[in-house]
Design a binder for this molecule. Sequence first.
Ligand SMILES: NC(=O)c1ccc[n+]([C@@H]2O[C@H](COP(=O)([O-])OP(=O)(O)OC[C@H]3O[C@@H](n4cnc5c(N)ncnc54)[C@H](OP(=O)(O)O)[C@@H]3O)[C@@H](O)[C@H]2O)c1
Length: 326
Amino acid sequence: MKAIQCREYGLPATLEFSEVQVPTPADHEVLIQVKAVGINFPDVLIIQNKYQFKPTLPFSPGGEVSGTIQAVGRSVNNLKVGDSVIALCGWGGLAEFVNVKASRVFIMPPGVNSVQGASTLYTYGTSYHALKDRAQLSAGEAVLVLGAGGGVGLAAVQLGNIMGATVIAAASGNDKLNVCKKMGAHHVINYSTEDLRTRIKEITGERGVDVVYDPVGGSLAEQALRSMAWKGRYLVVGFASGIIPSFAANLPLLKGASIVGVFWGSFAEREPERNAQNFSQLAFWVREGKINQHIHNIYSLEQAPQALQDLMDRKVIGKAIVQIAD
Ligand SMILES: NC(=O)c1ccc[n+]([C@@H]2O[C@H](COP(=O)([O-])OP(=O)(O)OC[C@H]3O[C@@H](n4cnc5c(N)ncnc54)[C@H](OP(=O)(O)O)[C@@H]3O)[C@@H](O)[C@H]2O)c1
């Protein structure tokens, strides 16, 4: 089969387009013929050996796929050959076939195509868990989304809107912010040209924002924390900037605020039933047309390194997809 291979750690240009053997599923796995792969930030970290999971070299990156089951391990009884599925494989997805643990494979909701399927679980799963379970966002509250044009950011914009919040989208460029407006942002802030705190004050008055959704970290974090309302919740989602922020403890004290960690992968492992309930709600909104993933570009398997490079270069708005089969 054809596959993108990481043979030594490095930047996307070091990845190789190769011919490798089709894997055989273990007892608890299924073999999926991959149709589409959603590209996510961990894919660029894993090939540089900067991610918490470290597969043995050589491996194929690609953590989120849609496709069709081709073979089923002996102890799998909830899935069968021919099922159309979406799956969170961690890595291995940028290949014509991938083995995935059955517990990380979900039946594709009816009416969802392979590109939509590969662009929903990871970003919307994370952002829904963050806003609903961790922030307990209520209708009428104001949520500030940093990195709002990225994968999880744009999902948070759309979900915040669906959940009845006032959504303030903040990103580095107007191209990203225009998409955020189409996806439901009520206000936008360009943090390359505008001062974040001043703009939040203009939008919310003295009140500030109830929830900050932060997948970026770095220097924006303290400004956002200082712009929170009384009893605000600051969601620590990720550090796409490469800088983990630190805060003086007086800042949450003064606001009666909480700094809340979000680790969706761990939530999905530890609380599979609540995660499945979240997925059912997301699938319902996809079917209703309330969730519309923004697809930045569709790349071929051979072009996958370019998809990863575009993500690293902050060019991707919403989701980059690698399509392997129809
Ligand atoms: N905690 C969890 O459970 C969880 C789950 C999923 C993802 N994450 C994390 O969330 C973060 C975002 O993931 P994603 O898939 O949404 O990534 P993404 O699509 O690349 O979006 C990240 C955004 O961060 C901003 N950014 C600022 N500095 C950047 C830099 N130096 N390099 C790249 N982007 C930069 C960019 O927006 P601007 O250009 O507008 O600034 C970009 O749109 C990652 O750190 C990821 O690991 C966490």
